[in-house]
Write a protein that binds this ligand. Structure first.
Ligand code: CTP
Length: 419
C-alpha cells in the first residue's frame, strides 16, 4: 500500500522521537519515499545523521540553512507529500498548528500542504488531557486532520496514563489503511470490486438533518457500588457523532459511561443504564431523521438491585437477571418512512447470519456487522473491520480502517440509502 508513496515525516521534541528511526525504517521497507523534518526540539532526541541514513533522503532541520536540493525543501516538501505524518506530535506543535503559526520548517510545511495530515500526540497525560490541548486536537480534527490516539501506559515522566505514542508498526498500519481506504476500489474477500471511496462523503452534506447516535456500553447496577458492564469504549459511536457534526448535521449523542470527550458541536447526554438510554432515545426519536445505535446495550439487568452494598457472606452469590427492553427493536416498530434506522451487530460467530436476523427483526435500513473476536475489530481499539448489510440484501465488506474513517463511510452509505 505504501509503495512509491511520498511521506513527509515531521518529528517533534518528545522522548518518543527515538521511535522515529524505527518508524522511518519501516516506512522505507514498505516502499515509501520518506522525507524527514526534525524540529529543533526533536534534534535533542534524534540526530540528523541517523534520520538521513535511515530515510535515504536529506533531512530538513531548519528554514534558514543552505538548501541542498530545491526539489525537496521549503514549499516543495508540502507539495510533494502524499501524506504528512507528525510523530510524535508534542502539545506545542498541536497548539501552533491549531493557531496557524508557521515559525519553523514543520509548521510551515503543515500550513502549506494540501496533503492529508496524520498526527500522533505523545506527551505527559496531564498535558494531553488539558482542555487546551484537547481543544487544539478538536480544532485540528475539524479541519480534517487525522488523530492517531496515544496509548495508555508507562510514560517517560515516571507516571502512567494516556500519552504514549503508538508503536511504529501501528503507525505504519494506520497509513497503510489510509491508502487502502483512499483507493477508488478495493477487492472484497469474495473477489467483487466494491466502491470504497470516501471522496463522495464531502458531497453528502448532512446539513438540515437531525441525527441521534448512541454509543458505549450501558451499566446495570447490582448494588450502590457495583454494576454489570461490557467492554464497549464508545469510540465508534463518538466517531460517527463527530463525523456527522462535521458534515453539518444536528447531532445528539446519548452515551453510556465512556472515557472519551464528547465531540465539539454535539448535544450530549450521558446515561448509565439501558432504561435511561431508552427514555432519552424514545423522547428524541420522533424529531430525528437518522438514528445510529452503536451502543452496546445490556440485554439483562439485575432484578432486585440491593439498596446496600452486598457483603461477602456466602460462598456463592446468585444474581437474578431480567430482560431489558430492546431499544432498537422498539424504534423499528415506531419508525416512520422518512426515518433511517441503523443498528450494530457485534458477534463472535455466525456474523452474517446473526446480523441479517437483527436487520430483519428490528426493522432496520442497515446494520453494521463486526466480528469482535478479531483483535483489530470491535471493542476498545481504534480500528474496525465491518460489513454493511442493507435491506435490499446487499452486503458491503470494508477493509480494516480506523473508526474515524469508517464513520464517514457509514454516514455516506446512510445518505445514499436516503436518496
Ligand atoms: N440494542 C438495543 N437494545 C438492547 C440491545 C441491543 O438497542 N437491549 C441495539 C444495539 O445498540 C445494536 C443492536 O441492537 O445496535 C444489536 O445489538 P446486539 O447486542 O449485537 O444484539 P442483541 O439484539 O442484543 O442480540 P444478542 O445479544 O442476542 O446478540
Amino acid at each position: 500500500m505504501l509503495n512509491g508513496k511520498k511521506i513527509v515525516l515531521g518529528v517533534t521534541g518528545g522522548i518518543a522521537a527515538y521511535k522515529c528511526v524505527d518508524l522511518a525504517s519501516r516506512l522505507r521497507k514498505q516502499g515509501a519515499e520518506v522525507h524527514v523534518i526534525l524540529t529543533r526540539g526533536a534534534q535533542n532526541f534524534v540526530t540528523e545523521t541517523a534520520m538521513r541514513e535511515i530515510s535515504g533522503n536529506p533531512v530538513v532541520t531548519s528554514m534558514w540553512g543552505e538548501i541542498h536540493n530545491y526539489d525537496v525543501e521549503h514549499i516543495a516538501l508540502a507539495n510533494l507529500a502524499d501524506v504528512v505524518l507528525i510523530a510524535p506530535a508534542t502539545a506545542n506543535v498541536l497548539a501552533k498548528a491549531a493557531a496557524g503559526i508557521a515559525d519553523d520548517m514543520l509548521t510551515t510545511t503543515v500550513l502549506a500542504t494540501r496533503a492529508p495530515i496524520f498526527f500522533a500526540p505523545a506527551m505527559n497525560s496531564n498535558m494531553y488531557e488539558n482542555p487546551v490541548t484537547q481543544q487544539n486536537i478538536t480544532t485540528l480534527q475539524q479541519r480534517g486532520w487525522q488523530l492517531i490516539e496515544p496509548a495508555n501506559g508507562h510514560l517517560a515522566c515516571g507516571t502512567s496514563g494516556i500519552g504514549r505514542m503508538p508503536e511504529p508498526a501501528e503507525l505504519v498500519e494506520v497509513l497503510e489503511n489510509y491508502f487502502a481506504g483512499a483507493d477508488d476500489s478495493v477487492e472484497s474477500a469474495d473477489g467483487n470490486t466494491m466502491d470504497n471511496t470516501m471522496d463522495n462523503t464531502t458531497d453528502n452534506t448532512m446539513q438540515g438533518l437531525k441525527i441521534l447516535v448512541t454509543a458505549a456500553g450501558t451499566r446495570e447496577p447490582i448494588d450502590p457500588v457495583r454494576y454489570i458492564g461490557n467492554r464497549s469504549s464508545g469510540k465508534m459511536g463518538y466517531a460517527i457523532a463527530e463525523a456527522a457534526a462535521s458534515l453539518g448535521a444536528e447531532v445528539t449523542l446519548v452515551s453510556g459511561p465512556s472515557a472519551l470527550q464528547p465531540p465539539a458541536g454535539v448535544e450530549f447526554f450521558g446515561v448509565e443504564s439501558a432504561r435511561e438510554m431508552r427514555q432519552l432515545v424514545q423522547e428524541r426519536f420522533p424529531a430525528c431523521d437518522i438514528v445510529i445505535k452503536a451502543a452496546a446495550v445490556a440485554d439483562y439487568r439485575v432484578k432486585n438491585v440491593s439498596d446496600q452494598k452486598i457483603k461477602k457472606n456466602d460462598a456463592e452469590l446468585t444474581l437474578v437477571l431480567e430482560k431489558n427492553p430492546d431499544i432498537l427493536k422498539e424504534l423499528g416498530e415506531m419508525k416512520k418512512p422518512h426515518q433511517t434506522l441503523v443498528g450494530f451487530a457485534a458477534e463472535t460467530q455466525n456474523l452474517l447470519q446473526y446480523a441479517k436476523g437483527k436487520l430483519e427483526k428490528k426493522n432496520l435500513d442497515m446494520i453494521v456487522a463486526n466480528d469482535v473476536s478479531k483483535p483489530q475489530a470491535g471493542f476498545n481499539v481504534d480500528t474496525n473491520l465491518i460489513k454493511l448489510l442493507k435491506r435490499d440484501g446487499s452486503i458491503e465488506e470494508l477493509p480494516l480502517m480506523s473508526k474515524k474513517e469508517l464513520a464517514y463511510i457509514i454516514l455516506d452509505r446512510v445518505m445514499k440509502l436516503r436518496m
